[in-house]
Design a protein around this ligand. Structure first.
Ligand code: JHZ
Length: 417
């Protein structure tokens, strides 16, 4: 474990690690929320090789550029060499990325002469959607197992990290995409400079990031994990892009994707700046600042107690409870709230790569939905809460038979038919 000293957004190197946690100190990066030591979110454990490894998880705020971030870095190979998250695991995301490719193909009038480079291309879901529209594609994906799934599906993929050395070998492209990647990048300034390097003169950089204003508003503290090094608000985001010679010219907002996602559009010129950027920045102003983060940090432990007590109450009534989904964020929710096998019988997940393993720390086994259906619980804790609509629709029969869901955010609530 190492510490990244300068602020990931503006490069400020003054860290104030101690004493007064809340004093808004000028021009320093300060710790705001200490979540203790927690396991890596996506490191599901194989039976027989339980490690219980945990790493500190502390959220910092930069008083210079307002970027919310982690400072302690877990070596990236520990997190990304083998990955269990597949974009194609949900219908919602498949449809989202299909619409994404359609919108971008139309916006840029992409033809067979154009190429799209997708950084962190995962199983190739987005690039396949571009291929269906006749565009040339290349994926960059460091996780070997996930990159092979993309390759097998016909998506050319380099199993590499995206850095300047690699970018120098690539041709300039019309469109660079990076979805749910920028939060994972240790050297954000270097990453953005690399994007600028590979982008053609009239190129567009399009990216998606979870919006920190939504994390704060929805209380979804389980979005904080070691992989997510940066929690983007608009002001620090626009600033970091500018320093790489890119301008945030447009924004779209997807409230139901990962609990609230921003799609940003950046180009080399600010000529086509959309008024939406200013409107959203004004809207965000007080939602992702020091005080909003401070209030959130105070709410988090209380919410964790509330959720645990609610589940313990159900257990006392003799109810059987299981987890629905085994997303990365479940590792954080369950470990931080101390919800273990005494509360959850199992977590059901559709991803074959996750089944047969267990959620680290709490050791809750992950089973297939088919197996779960043979031992249905009375209550499902909705760990994949970002797919609430998709899941509640899919589980109509469970609900109709009297089954219930506990939805953890924004405040724990029980949902029935
Ligand atoms: P899901 C991912 O986090 C990974 P995760 C990543 N680190 C990131 O940055 C964030 O997204 C933003 C399952 N499921 O998408 C499939 C069912 O079992 O919330 C998935 O394993 N049944 C890149 O892991 C999990 O739930 C279903 O009906 O938190 C959802 O994972 C559905 C719809 C899903 O991402």
């Amino acid at each position: 474990m190492s510490s990244w000293l300068p602020c990931r957004g503006c490069g400020l190197s003054e860290f104030s690690l101690g004493a007064s946690l809340w004093a808004p100190r000028h021009r320093a990066v300060v710790p705001m929320l200490n979540m203790g030591s927690l396991p890596l979110a996506n490191r599901l454990e194989n039976p027989g090789s339980i490690s219980d490894k945990a790493y500190p998880l502390v959220v910092y705020y930069c008083h210079n550029c307002a970027l919310i971030q982690l400072a302690d870095l877990v070596p990236r190979d520990e997190m990304f060499t083998e990955y269990v998250y597949l974009t194609s695991a949900s219908k919602t995301m498949m449809e989202h990325f299909d619409r994404y490719a359609e919108a971008l193909s139309n916006r840029l009038d992409l033809t067979t002469r154009d190429s799209v480079l997708d950084v962190g291309s995962n199983d190739g879901t987005l690039l396949k959607a571009f291929q269906r529209r006749g565009v040339r594609v290349l994926g960059i994906e460091p996780a070997q197992n996930v990159a092979s799934i993309a390759e097998q599906g016909g998506v050319p993929t380099l199993t590499e990290y995206f850095d300047l050395e690699l970018a120098k070998k690539l041709e300039k492209v019309r469109l660079v995409t990076a979805n749910n990647i920028m939060s994972h990048v240790g050297n954000l300034r270097g990453f953005l400079a690399t994007v600028a390097h590979v982008l053609g003169p009239d190129g567009l950089f399009v990216f998606e990031v979870p919006w920190v204003a939504d994390v704060i508003r929805n209380n979804s503290f389980d979005m904080i994990y070691h992989e997510h090094l940066t929690y983007f608000g608009l002001k620090p985001l626009a600033r970091a892009l500018r320093e790489a010679g890119l301008f945030l010219v447009d924004l779209e907002y997807y409230p139901t994707i990962h609990g609230g996602t921003l799609r940003g559009f950046a180009s080399r010129s600010s000529d086509e700046l959309s008024p939406v950027v200013r409107e959203m920045s004004t809207r965000e102003e007080k939602e992702a600042d020091f005080w909003a983060l401070k209030d959130f940090s105070e709410r988090v432990p209380k919410l964790a107690h509330q959720l645990r007590n609610m589940l313990l109450g159900l257990k006392k009534e003799g109810k059987r409870i299981a987890g629905y989904g085994a997303p990365a964020k479940a590792t954080i929710l369950l470990n931080y709230c101390n919800i273990g096998r005494n509360i959850l019988d199992y977590a059901s997940d559709t991803t074959p790569l996750k089944q047969g393993k267990s959620i680290p720390g709490v050791r809750v086994p992950v089973v297939s939905p088919q197996l779960a259906r043979t031992k249905p619980p009375d209550y499902y804790l909705l760990l994949a809460w970002n797919f609430r609509e998709e899941i509640l629709t899919k589980e109509k029969e469970f609900l109709d038979k009297g089954g219930r869901f506990v939805v953890p955010f924004p405040n724990p609530e029980v949902v029935d038919s």
